[in-house]
Design a protein around this ligand. Structure first.
Ligand SMILES: O=C1O[C@H]([C@@H](O)CO)C(O)=C1O
Length: 512
């Protein structure tokens, strides 16, 4: 009862916005749902209507993009079906939907205070992983296979009850899988079953078969699964933590071969997630993803290359994440309105750098850990082709380099390639790029101490966030903004600009 009362209080003092993750918002940048970037927060008793075209079928999700509201549970699946008369390039008999997340017992308000404190108090690892909002805590559904754990009562206890995925034997199912975790990188496997990957982030990929797959926060996939195993048994679906030393037990769901009972516990043990630091396993999966034949290839050359060095740094004793040594802070007045109106207060005098010094040693903690803050706004010209190289590096602690999944708003990008160590931009690096069939995606990971190269065409006027999808890392400044062809943005709905300096402008008759 207390918790419910708290939520009620909060709802009267806090704004909200919803981001439609993976929907490009072509021509509707004000509907992208990013507070301080694309629109004013929707305050209590205000209404904002998100009206946009779902331009492409696929597996997406939606979530809050105000403070850390996503991590508080503000998310859901968003599935766009093919248009009438069109067909998917693969066949299946049924569809199952899995939205993966992680769960903390500490409220996001406490988490945010801790992250912004000096010394910084890190959020730690999640208490549970969730599949469609359900997970286990302090007990295991497969205790028989997990020494030292007590058995959750599968059917009786609501909090422990696994998701049941009903299937008929000898059919093919499309599993739609997306991850909206606050922190955890995940690996998913289904006992005895192979998975054929066919879609990533709303784009078809060349089908390939795996036993397990990595899923980073912000990723979405479709996989095909054929129910060709012993039909007298059910099977475990398991997700476990990758990339960070796990302190969170795997979450389990049940693949229920009908007509077995839904809660009939599988005879075989749940699949075991690869070792958290088996990066080679992750790279083997990720680099197998190629665009399906017929996907438009990238332009052969680019007009601009933006190199973004990812580092953990310090600011007056606070720990931050910085891009080219500048930690992003968001403005009081959202950019879309302030830039469209050309408000002098919208941007600082200096634009962020397109490169970091080649002398930077990515294998060691920053030589000078002191960082500054800034707007990190890159101004892009209409229809130019932009390359982004995301460079990973050592964090503050020796021998630590973390995984970061970067998500771009307003676009898909081609993932041209991955490399180890420092990007040099030389012939050897160029040789690592795939210009033939790179996958189109909206989220791409940087591996520890490595780099990832992306290409996109700036063909969607608007102001778009590009950031690490780990919620606390974004909060700590790990992002940049692309302000793209602002002069071509159409008339912004009043509700999106009725705050801050653009509200003052509106009252004076100046509508962005
Ligand atoms: O941003 C982070 O901070 C902690 C740690 O580096 C400092 O406590 C951690 O694991 C992060 O990912």
């Amino acid at each position: 009862a207390k918790a419910r009362h708290l939520k009620w209080e909060v709802s009267h003092t806090e704004g909200v916005v919803i981001h439609w993750h993976g929907v490009r918002q072509i021509g509707t940048p004000w509907a992208d749902g990013t507070a301080a970037i694309s629109q004013c927060a929707i305050n209590p008793e205000e209404t904002f209507t998100y009206r946009f075209v779902v331009d492409k079928p696929g597996t997406y999700f939606y979530h809050g993009h105000y403070g850390m509201q996503r991590a508080a549970g503000l998310y859901g699946s968003l599935i766009v079906d093919v248009a009438d008369g069109e067909e998917e390039p693969f066949k299946y008999d049924g569809e199952l939907n899995l939205l993966l997340s992680d769960w903390y017992h500490e409220s996001i308000y406490n988490q945010m205070v801790g992250l912004s404190s000096s010394p910084m108090r890190w959020i730690g690892e999640p208490q549970s992983l969730l599949i469609n909002g359900r997970g286990q805590f302090n007990c295991s559904l497969a205790a028989a296979h997990t020494p030292g754990t007590k058995q959750c009562t599968a059917g009786g206890n609501r909090h422990c009850a696994p998701v049941i995925l009903p299937v008929e034997p000898n059919k093919t199912y499309r599993l739609r899988i997306a991850s909206t975790t606050s922190l955890a990188s995940l690996n998913l496997a289904i006992g005895n079953h192979k998975l054929t990957v066919v879609e990533a982030d709303g784009n078809y990929v060349e089908p390939f078969v795996v036993d397990d797959m990595d899923i980073y926060s912000g990723d979405s996939y479709s996989v095909l699964l054929t129910t060709d195993q012993d039909p007298s048994s059910n099977y475990w679906v398991s997700i476990g933590v990758r990339g960070r030393a796990p302190k969170t037990a795997p979450a389990l769901a049940l693949l229920n071969y009908r007509p077995n009972r839904g809660f009939k516990l599988p005879a075989i043990a749940p699949p075991v997630t690869p070792a958290w630091n088996d990066t080679a396993h992750s790279k083997a999966f990720t680099t197998q993803i190629k665009a399906r034949a017929g996907t438009p290839p990238p332009p052969a050359t680019s007009d601009r290359r933006i190199e973004l060095l990812n580092t953990q740094n310090k600011l007056d004793g606070h720990i931050k994440w910085s891009i080219n040594n500048v930690s992003m802070v968001l403005p009081a007045t959202p950019y879309l309105g302030s830039l469209k109106l050309g408000l002098k207060t919208a941007l600082a005098a200096a634009r962020p750098a397109d490169t970091f010094g080649r002398a930077y040693d990515v294998t060691r903690p920053p030589h000078n850990p002191n960082t500054t803050t800034g707007d990190n706004v890159y101004v892009l010209r209409h229809n130019t082709t932009v390359d982004v190289v995301l460079q990973n590096a050592n964090a503050l602690q020796h021998n630590v380099s973390e995984v970061h999944p970067w998500h771009l708003h307003g676009h898909d990008f081609w993932v041209l390639g991955y490399g180890e160590g420092a990007y040099r931009g030389d012939a050897a690096d160029a040789a690592r790029l795939n210009l033939v069939n790179p996958p189109l995606r909206n989220t791409a990971v940087i591996f520890p101490y490595g780099w990832t190269a992306l290409r996109f065409v700036a063909d969607n006027p608007g102001v778009w966030a590009f950031h690490c999808h780990i919620e606390p890392h974004l909060h700590m400044g790990m992002g940049v903004i692309f302000a793209e062809a602002i002069e071509r943005v159409g008339k912004v709905p009043k509700e999106a600009v009725s705050c801050g300096a653009t509200a003052t402008a509106l009252m004076n008759g100046d509508h962005p």
